[in-house]
Ligand binder design. Structure first.
Ligand SMILES: Cc1ncc(COP(=O)(O)O)c(C=O)c1O
Length: 217
């Protein structure tokens, strides 16, 4: 048995703040918040993460595995799903997606030069603080996720008066902002703030939200 969970939910904009207690090996999908903050790798039997948020283009998955747990399934599993087979071949069991791997290397070098995970964690917290402060202070907006569960990667929010959506949508589009439409199952807006997004981009959205409230005051 094992316990699997996803550390950050990109759709709802929620994120686990603590590692769950578990008597069985813990496995986490960290696709959408890996390298965004410090984690205690020793608490996990396995961590995996698709590259496409904080590392590079889609096509690569990073695994961090406690090797003591390998080879214990007792089941016959397809070779490709057998991590030991991948490890035996130095992660080149099949043709690796070279472009994706290379771009991840460049991104990780960029992160290292920036001061590493600690530095990006500070920046990510600043970005999250900027957008959530505005959501809470501005009566024209309300957050989707419960405050204590808010994600530093994806801020989900909506207008308190949906009838003003066209006006707000025009304002942020005119400001050069794109891609903040919420997931279809949640609606509203989702501002994703992965590692590559600078603080200035969050400030630009906050400025539009403020301007919108001034126009509607
Ligand atoms: C936490 C998490 N897991 C899995 C996925 C899906 O990844 P893929 O589209 O590569 O299956 C996503 C989104 O990309 C995600 O945020």
């Amino acid at each position: 048995a094992y316990l699997h969970y996803t550390t950050n939910n990109t759709i709802f904009g929620t994120q686990f703040k603590d590692v769950p207690d578990s008597d069985v090996p813990l496995i986490a999908d960290m696709s959408s918040d890996i390298f965004s903050k410090k984690i205690d790798v020793s608490k996990y039997a396995m961590i995996y993460a698709g590259a496409q948020k904080n590392m590079g283009p889609a096509g690569t998955v990073v695994y961090i595995v406690n090797k003591d747990l390998l080879g214990k399934t007792g089941n016959k599993i397809p070779t490709y799903l057998d991590l030991e087979a991948h490890i035996d071949k130095d992660s080149m069991l099949n043709t690796p997606p070279v472009f994706s791997v290379y771009t991840c290397m460049l991104t990780l070098r960029w992160l290292k030069n920036l001061g590493g995970v600690e530095a990006i964690q500070n920046l990510n917290e600043l970005k999250a603080k900027a957008i959530y402060n505005e959501i809470d202070a501005n009566p024209l907006f309300e957050g989707h996720a419960r405050k204590e569960d808010r994600s530093t990667m994806n801020a989900t929010f909506k207008l308190t008066d949906e009838s003003r959506a066209d006006e707000f949508n025009k304002m942020w589009a005119d400001a050069g902002i794109s891609g903040i439409k919420g997931h279809r199952s949640v609606g509203g807006y989702r501002a994703s703030m992965y590692n590559a997004l600078p603080l200035e981009s969050v400030d630009a959205l906050v400025a539009v939200m403020r301007q919108f409230s001034t126009v509607n005051a």
